[in-house]
Design a protein around this ligand. Structure first.
Ligand code: SF4
Length: 275
């Protein structure tokens, strides 16, 4: 699924089409699927949806199919791209790869056989660490036993408020080496969120013209829940009209904690929080 760039666009969707992402916690993006449909409040300002419209107008090949205007938009129909499957094989140096920044790998319209093809590539390229973020973990859980779960594949779910807390329960059913939460854009308190078997939490506010402000109590709440549960916490940004304007300090500290890397991971060592 699409996801927010750290100090950039307004939603959970990363804009970079290149192999050098601007996301702080990832190094590359790979989009073997493009297009999606809005599924919850966190999708309201989906950056990928907006970007797809622009890319269509520019004639970008991958963005010529239109989605349902009620939930998607121009250039944003769910489309698989078999020709993009071998892209990670061409990256010689190990990197962290954000999978489907312009879509959601577990969207119902992505055939299970194609999800499986994507996993095969991830298995065949153990030098890379793959971060898959979804708002559809129920499907991930349903087909999990048809997929390999190598140690270089991390699975995360987006949680913008407690209305979608059930996504964490589905995530727990998936045998991913690292399970993480992207609480971004954080739209409400997450009090009481169960962090059992969760390895990493990222939180951040929304940015862009129509951003929805994040209450400091929500940010503190999820940070303190992580501290209490011993879960690494990464605070990405406050958000705001200008993504950089409010910075990314929370109570005077930068929160850059990363999960423990599974054995065999070749990505740079985890950074630790400043405290
Ligand atoms: S789930 Fe789909 S519509 Fe929602 S933010 Fe992600 S890419 Fe956009």
């Amino acid at each position: 699924m699409g996801h927010t760039a750290p100090r950039g666009p307004p939603t959970i969707c990363e804009p970079s089409m290149s192999d050098r992402s601007r996301i702080e916690w990832t190094q590359a993006t790979w989009n073997p699927v493009t297009g999606c449909d809005r599924v919850s409040a966190g999708c309201d300002h989906c950056y990928a949806l907006t970007l797809a419209k622009r890319l269509k107008a520019m004639g970008a090949e991958k963005y010529q199919q239109d989605g349902d205007p009620r939930t998607s938009g121009p250039g944003f129909a769910v489309t698989i791209h078999p020709a993009a499957l071998d892209q990670p094989q061409r990256w010689r140096s190990p990197r962290t790869v954000f999978v489907n920044s312009m879509s959601d790998l577990f969207h119902a319209k992505v055939p299970t056989s194609f999800v499986s093809d994507v996993f095969d590539v991830m298995v065949d390229t153990p030098q890379h660490t793959y971060q898959v973020l979804t708002k559809r973990p129920l499907r991930a859980a349903r087909i999990a036993d048809q997929l390999p779960w190598p140690s270089n594949v991390w699975l995360g779910v987006s949680i913008e408020d407690m209305d979608v807390a059930h996504r964490v329960d589905h995530l727990r059913r998936v045998p991913a080496a690292v399970r993480f939460l992207s609480c971004e854009p954080l739209l409400g308190p997450l009090d009481g969120l169960d962090l059992t078997e969760i390895d990493w939490v990222i939180a951040g506010g929304e940015s862009g013209v129509n951003y929805r402000p994040m209450d400091i109590r929500w940010a503190r709440g999820i940070r303190d829940a992580c501290l209490h549960a011993g879960v690494p916490f990464f605070f990405k940004q406050w958000g705001g009209r200008n993504p950089k304007s409010l910075g990314r300090m929370l109570d005077g500290e930068t929160w850059d904690q990363m999960p423990e890397m599974p054995e065999g991971t070749q990505f740079p060592q985890p950074r630790r929080a400043s405290r």
